[in-house]
Design a protein around this ligand. Structure first.
Ligand SMILES: Nc1nc2c(ncn2[C@@H]2O[C@H](COP(=O)(O)OP(=O)(O)OP(=O)(O)O)[C@@H](O)[C@H]2O)c(=O)[nH]1
Ligand SMILES: [Zn+2]
Length: 227
């Protein structure tokens, strides 16, 4: 049985980029940071504790941890939490951001649609299956297009509520692009609504966060919200 996740492991005292610090500061300042406490645990220590906790959960459910199909489930869940679906809690995993000067003086809307992501509902720890649309009006800075998808993905890799996820992407891009003129819209299916509880198989939730001209100008907002 695997005893650790040391392979390909980045320990959390690794380098924090200037962009990661800038984004974290902007989220704290705006009150939009995910409620977190610094417990001082390394990635490896988090993995070990979660694995032990899930051994307890799985055996408490009455499942046989010596069965070869179940034996590694606590390991898999711990690895998945720390390295995959909750990796966005660790700012060392913030994507490398390429921002360039707007030398070509682009002043029309840049809009990226159909950014697919999955996240995890922080109330029930089950999947949120979503699609994001992000736009901005360039000022002095232009961002590499794939970096928008990566930012969406980074914040999706946290326990989330959809409203906060939407706002975190907005504030992050406002900070990195040095402009208020950013808009984010998300449509998502919550599996805590679909697969349990009220068991609604068809509903989806739309959230929108608008900054600057996207909020003030009907025309700009309309252009963003249109397909
Ligand atoms: N606003 C918001 N609510 C969410 C989100 N994800 C899940 N929820 C809701 O969080 C609420 C938690 O309500 P509780 O009554 O504490 O939990 P519960 O008893 O499991 O509720 P039910 O889902 O109605 O069975 C539920 O209404 C969920 O639908 C989200 O992203 N945003
Ligand atoms: Zn939920």
């Amino acid at each position: 049985m695997k005893a650790n996740i040391a392979e390909n492991s980045t320990v959390n005292h690794a380098f924090l980029s200037d962009e990661a610090k800038q984004v974290r500061d902007a989220l704290i300042k705006s009150g939009l940071e995910t409620p977190m406490i610094d417990n001082g645990l390394t990635t490896e220590e988090k993995y070990q504790r979660i694995k032990t906790a899930f051994e307890d959960v799985v055996s408490t459910l009455g499942l046989d941890l010596t069965d070869d199909s179940l034996a590694e489930t606590p390991h898999r869940i711990a690895k998945m939490y720390v390295k995959e679906i909750f990796s966005g809690l660790d700012y060392t995993q913030f994507p490398k951001i390429t921002v360039i000067e707007n030398k070509m003086n682009v002043d029309e809307m840049v809009k990226v649609s159909d950014i697919s992501f999955t996240s995890t509902c922080e109330h029930h720890f089950v999947t949120i299956d979503g699609m994001a649309k992000v736009a901005y009006l360039p000022k002095n800075k232009i961002i590499g297009l794939s970096k928008i998808n990566r930012i969406v993905r980074f914040f999706a890799q946290r326990p989330q509520v959809q409203e906060r996820l939407t706002q975190q992407i907005l504030v992050t891009l406002q900070a990195l692009l040095e402009t208020d003129n950013v808009a984010v819209s998300i449509s998502a299916v919550h599996y805590c609504v679909k697969a349990r509880g009220v068991m609604d198989a068809s509903s989806s939730t739309q959230t929108t966060a608008l900054g600057g001209l996207f909020k003030r100008s009907d025309k700009t907002r309309g252009e963003f919200l249109a397909q």
